[in-house]
Design a binder for this molecule. Structure first.
Ligand code: ATP
Ligand code: MG
Length: 413
């Protein structure tokens, strides 16, 4: 038997209503905040992610699904995230000269060759938003407020917002040096990957999940202590804006985010009680990204929210039970003429928008009634040849068991 690829999932009809509900909340909230949906290709030139996500990141170095295109000697990758594609799309479609800000959202699947575990898969689903063209912390506050609003509407109260600022092109190099110095003096205690990171991208060490590295990270110099005046005042503005909007947060200097393009504000929403993969949403500012992809100087801020992690958190909080839609009517038929009539009535009512089922597998009348019960049909219409001749039938309320006669020609549920 051929099985699905490790780290991918089948989502069956008993689970899709929950996915659809979550996605509809995400869409409604994004649109309320003035974000329009953007759809970009599932695969792109590998170079886009190398430049956009960063060639020192795990995502690009170890996790991308990369292959050569069939007809051209060109390297292609399945998207590991959404931001780089959106940035490319706004440049390519001439949106950078539109009135600012540009506000886009998407619900996509992303692909990363990671070690599959609870809350981590190789194809995963993400709700993301991007806002371009404002370097004001007003934009940061708006982006965080939107993520917060989605999380709250989904009934998640056990989710903590953590924020940090990792500085800009001005202040990051100074911080980087201070960090490098500190880490070098502790290099022997770092994991092998972090020993490598030390040279190329020391900030990433702060993000490492290895317990030894975490310990060292705890006492590392903090980005917020090295911010330039501009970054500091933006960070202070954001904090007071969040407080004024009654959005609780904690400051967490260990948040640096995994991707290279982040600058200034970074944030994560972390769910309690869902295990190690507890970041349900991660985001931040990426003021250099558009320019590095060949576009104009254009600031940006956005986030990605993992839908399966949101589901884990909803299950943990006991708010994941979404009622599946049940049929308005089941038509039970006895005999061939009645069967044809059941099909005719079913079709007529479906065209009117009703959710109606009839027997299509040739069950006995008794088995049909049992099936109607099983699928929780609200009503059952019982049809036999005699009923058809008289133009009437019995309609049973499956809840109360009450039965009444209805006229077939004008029958509607
Ligand atoms: P993590 O810290 O868990 O590795 P990340 O920093 O790599 O996450 P981002 O690239 O910021 O994640 O993606 C945004 C969100 O997408 C994450 O906060 C998470 O909810 C979700 N996500 C990321 N990778 C996966 C994955 N492999 N499986 C499921 N969800 C994921
Ligand atoms: Mg990751």
């Amino acid at each position: 038997m051929i099985q699905k690829i490790k780290g991918t999932m089948d989502i069956l009809p008993d689970e899709t209503p929950l996915f659809r509900y979550i996605e509809s909340v995400m869409r409604q909230e994004a649109e309320k905040y003035g974000f329009g949906e953007i759809r970009t290709p599932t695969f792109e030139n590998t170079e886009l992610f190398v430049r956009g996500v960063g060639d020192t990141t795990d995502v690009v170095q170890k996790e991308m699904y990369t292959f050569n295109d069939r007809d051209e000697n060109r390297s292609i990758s399945l998207r590991p995230e959404g931001t780089a594609s959106v940035a490319r799309a706004i440049i390519e479609n001439g949106k950078c000269s539109d009135p600012m800000p540009l506000k886009y959202y998407y619900i996509i699947s992303c692909f990363r060759h990671e070690k599959p575990q609870a809350g981590r898969s190789r194809e995963f689903f993400q709700f993301g938003t991007e806002m371009f063209g404002s370097d004001s912390p007003m934009a940061d506050a708006t982006s965080i407020a939107l993520a917060n609003s989605v999380i709250k509407r989904l009934g998640l109260n056990n989710v903590k917002l953590c924020i940090n600022s990792i500085g800009c092109r001005e202040c990051r190099p100074k911080y980087r040096n201070a960090l490098k110095e500190y880490l070098s003096s502790n290099a022997d205690k770092l994991c092998d990957t972090c020993k490598e990171r030390l040279e190329k991208n020391p900030l990433r060490v702060l993000d490492c999940k290895n317990p030894d590295c975490k310990l060292i990270a705890q006492n590392a110099p903090k980005t917020v202590e090295h911010l330039c005046e501009s970054c500091k005042s933006k960070h202070e503005f954001l904090k007071s804006a969040l407080s004024s909007m009654n959005i609780p947060y904690v400051e967490d200097p260990s948040i640096v985010r995994g991707l290279d393009y982040y600058t200034g504000t970074v944030f994560e929403f972390i769910a309690e009680g869902i295990g190690a993969q507890s970041t349900v949403c991660g985001g931040g500012r990426y003021d250099g990204l558009v320019e590095s992809l060949g576009g104009p100087k254009l600031s940006g801020i956005g986030f990605g929210m993992g839908i399966t992690r949101i589901i884990l958190a909803m299950r943990e909080a006991g708010v994941a039970d979404i009622e599946a839609r049940v049929p308005d009517l089941y038509i039970a038929a006895l005999g061939e003429r009645a069967a044809v009539q059941s099909l005719v009535i079913t079709e007529r009512l479906r065209q009117k928008g009703r959710f109606v089922e009839c027997d299509v597998v040739g069950r006995s009348l008794k088995a049909q009634m049992k099936y109607a019960n099983k699928i929780s049909a609200k009503y059952t219409l019982i049809l036999g040849d005699e009923e058809i001749d008289k133009g009437i039938a019995q309609l049973r309320d499956m809840n109360s068991g009450e039965q009444r006669e209805v006229e077939l020609s004008s029958f509607d549920i």
